[in-house]
Design a protein around this ligand. Structure first.
Ligand SMILES: Cc1ncc(COP(=O)(O)O)c(C=O)c1O
Length: 425
């Protein structure tokens, strides 16, 4: 056996596991039952329960994945359901995939509407947040000179889409500068109010900012902006199955989310919610029999895509609901605080996220004076197999930690210890 450095060892074990027939191995696993105690109080810190939750996932124990905010893994039951429908579809795709698998579309619409707290007739099923928001950004009526308000911490793809619309149609982008982290909702509302003018037609908001995990007061901003005559679009890529919210309560006009982040649905699944009275004025991005129809289904004519992936979303919803959003959100905050409390007073450490549950959920971002984020990330991976997110945006160079339901306290202790080791190098 050659003497491998830790980095080489991790690389080889990753390669070895990647060369396993992953699909057949997951489909052959006998999924252990998810055991839910009848009493939900105390679940946040019930490590026996969370160890059982961890068994529901097929995570590679050699890599401690602390970058779940990027894209989340699916539980074994979701993977197996997906594989089963995939296999059934392949028996004769135009027959089984289009007829049987896609036959559950209206059920899925109702279940997703229930999760987002919108009407079933307000919900379109699509592939991701980028597509959902792109449908709105390119589909709503705007004229040259109309203003759209965005922020410097909105997601780059959305800013790009707005820039493209601005170049093409002459709309004007105005940007709010967000001094993150913020713990004062009134201050945030004021920042947005100040850039809105009589020409502003749209305010684009990110509910949970991906760079730091900051939860924005979208309900309050929406109320203020609509009062000034604007429509409001919410990027909820990180909200679903992560923090409690309701489309109806926020009151925004448009909202898109990805189901492959915190809900643990198959990659390439998303949802778009549009207020009923706005649907007819959104031009479909791709195709439609009746572009001006008030039927939300006009936004689902995306061409051929994977219906097994879409329909396995139903299994992800069941998995999520079996644990429950409140339990999940409490656990996420508990995990975040578990590692953050151990390192926050270390020399040179700076948090770019408020750790309070009103302002963040699972994700938190830090930097260390004198160290580049990539340097920290490399150290964590090379010494301890800890995979973290590197944030480099708008002057913020830091490390984002995003645990998930299957993350153990032991893994977070390893993170804290590795950071202490790094500072004592
Ligand atoms: C805030 C935010 N919006 C949108 C997206 C894009 O999501 P997707 O790639 O699923 O379209 C992301 C992805 O990380 C995000 O963090």
């Amino acid at each position: 056996m050659p003497n491998l450095t830790r980095k080489e060892f991790l690389k080889q074990s990753l390669l070895a596991s990647a060369s396993l027939p992953l699909l057949s191995s997951v489909s052959e696993v006998v999924a252990r039952p998810l055991l839910i105690p009848s009493e939900s109080s105390g679940l946040t810190t019930n490590e026996v329960f969370w160890a059982n939750v961890r068994q529901q996932f097929s995570v590679n124990p050699e890599v401690v994945n602390l970058n779940n905010g990027a894209v989340g893994p699916q539980s074994i039951v979701v993977q197996q359901s997906h594989i089963k429908m995939y296999e059934e579809s392949n028996a004769a795709p135009s027959h089984f995939m289009w007829r049987d698998v896609d036959g559950k579309r209206e059920k899925l619409r109702a279940e997703l509407a229930n999760l987002l707290h919108c009407d079933k007739e307000e919900l379109a099923i699509n592939r991701n947040t980028t597509e959902g928001l792109g449908t709105v950004i390119f589909g709503i009526q705007l004229e040259a000179g109309d203003e759209v308000v965005v922020s410097d911490f909105d997601y780059p793809f959305m800013l790009n889409q707005w820039k493209q619309r601005s170049e093409r149609d002459g709309i004007v982008l105005r940007q709010v500068q967000l001094p993150l982290p913020i713990e004062d909702n009134n201050e945030v509302v004021d920042l947005y109010r100040k850039v809105i003018t009589s020409n502003t037609k749209v305010v684009h908001l990110t509910h949970v900012i991906n760079w730091t995990g900051q939860i924005m007061p979208v309900k309050e901003i929406t109320k203020m902006a609509q009062g000034l005559g604007c429509e409001v679009i919410v990027d909820a890529a990180h909200s679903l199955a992560h923090i409690p919210f309701s489309f109806k309560e926020i009151g925004c006009d448009y909202m898109a989310t990805s189901l492959h982040k915190w809900l643990g649905a198959p990659f390439g699944t998303g949802a778009l919610a549009i207020k009923k009275n706005k649907i007819s004025s959104v031009w479909p991005l791709l195709s439609s029999w009746e572009p001006k129809s008030g039927d939300i289904r006009k936004l689902e004519l995306l061409g051929t895509r994977s219906f097994p992936a879409e329909m396995a979303v139903l299994d992800a919803i069941t998995f999520h609901q079996n644990i429950g959003l409140d339990t999940i959100n409490n656990r996420f905050n508990y995990l975040k605080n578990h590692w953050a409390e151990q390192v926050k007073t270390l020399k040179g450490f700076k948090f770019h996220t408020s750790l309070k549950s009103d302002f963040s959920g699972a994700m938190a971002t830090f930097s260390i004076d004198g160290l580049k984020a990539q340097e920290i990330a490399d150290f964590l991976f090379d010494t301890d197999g800890l995979h973290v997110g590197v944030v480099d945006w708008n002057g913020l160079n830091g490390i984002r930690i995003s645990p998930h339901l299957y993350t153990s306290l032991d893994e977070l202790d390893r993170l804290a210890l590795a950071l202490i080791k790094l500072l004592n190098r």
